[in-house]
Design a protein around this ligand. Structure first.
Ligand SMILES: NC(=O)c1ccc[n+]([C@@H]2O[C@H](COP(=O)([O-])OP(=O)(O)OC[C@H]3O[C@@H](n4cnc5c(N)ncnc54)[C@H](OP(=O)(O)O)[C@@H]3O)[C@@H](O)[C@H]2O)c1
Length: 259
């Protein structure tokens, strides 16, 4: 494996990536492990237990100092964040350097049909879960830590029938800016990454005409992105080279959205 440049190494860092059993989160966990980080992989479904275990094995087999553990915890449960932090402390010691708030859910529901249960099912994970997760990590975050919130181009776009999801991502971007203002004193940065469509189970839940419209209007090769293309931006934000970037939303969409 090619040696990472000094600013890109994550050797000695402990990273928690929520929702990393599959999809974009799994790519982020692997990208950070390849740079030497010790990674906590979280998931919630029984059906993802084997996937999380396989990812742990793949990371443990890397020829570097990386290591991984997995923890099953439902982030719609308010006790999940402390269980995830406890697993990290038990496996890797008292310091945490990187938190990627990636776990999220999406439902398609027109405004007129949104129920309280729909609202809670999205906001309890995508917004409340992120607040509680970040609070739980806070006492253990070291100077020059990195908090990276995974948003979506939907956070700034208008997609019919996706308002619960898109507004939850807009909330995440607001949290990102205020936390960047609060936590910067010791060199900690807080940023968001807003991907365009990337092949995953979640993408299968987005109405196909929306994805087709995005591909048609994507300047770079008229395609969806790959999890590697998102993970490499997240891994860069996690490292020392991004030290002067905070409070930003990095759009990673092949130019579909430009801001
Ligand atoms: N895919 C895209 O096109 C796209 C575009 C823009 C933004 N994003 C964002 O990228 C992130 C990852 O999306 P994805 O497409 O990879 O999603 P995905 O394939 O649906 O994977 C979701 C991940 O989150 C976990 N998760 C779901 N509900 C959870 C809960 N209640 N508690 C804990 N973990 C939970 C899942 O765990 P289990 O495996 O246990 O279910 C899984 O690891 C999300 O924030 C999403 O909004 C995705």
């Amino acid at each position: 494996m090619a040696a990472e440049l000094p600013g890109q190494t994550l050797e000695g860092k402990v990273a928690i990536v929520t929702g990393s059993s599959r999809g974009l989160g799994a790519g982020m966990a692997m990208a950070m492990a390849r740079r030497g980080a010790k990674v906590v992989i979280t998931y919630t479904s029984a059906s993802s237990e084997a996937k999380a275990a396989t990812l742990v094995s793949e990371i443990e087999a890397l020829p570097n100092s990386s290591s991984a553990v997995s923890v099953r915890a439902d982030l719609s449960d308010i006790s999940a964040p402390s269980a995830i932090v406890a697993a990290s402390l038990s496996a890797f010691g008292s310091a945490i350097h990187i938190l990627v708030n990636n776990a999220a859910v999406q439902i398609t529901q027109p405004l007129a049909k949104i129920t309280l249960e729909n609202y809670q099912s999205v906001y309890d994970i995508n917004v409340r879960g992120v607040i509680l997760m970040t609070q739980a990590v806070l006492p253990h975050l070291q100077p020059r830590s990195r908090v990276i919130n995974i948003s979506s181009v939907g956070g700034r776009a208008g997609f019919a029938d996706l308002s619960l999801y898109t507004s939850s991502k807009a909330a995440l971007e607001g949290l990102t800016r205020s936390w960047a203002a609060e936590l910067g004193q010791n060199g900690t940065t807080v940023n968001a990454v807003a991907p365009g469509p990337v092949k995953s189970d979640m993408l299968d839940s987005i109405p196909p005409h929306i994805v087709q419209m995005q591909m048609d209007n994507t300047p770079v090769e008229h395609r969806v992105g790959t999890s590697h293309e998102v993970a490499s931006v997240v891994a860069w934000l996690a490292g020392a080279d991004s030290s002067w970037v905070s409070g930003q939303v990095l759009n990673v969409s092949g130019g579909w959205s430009m801001y």
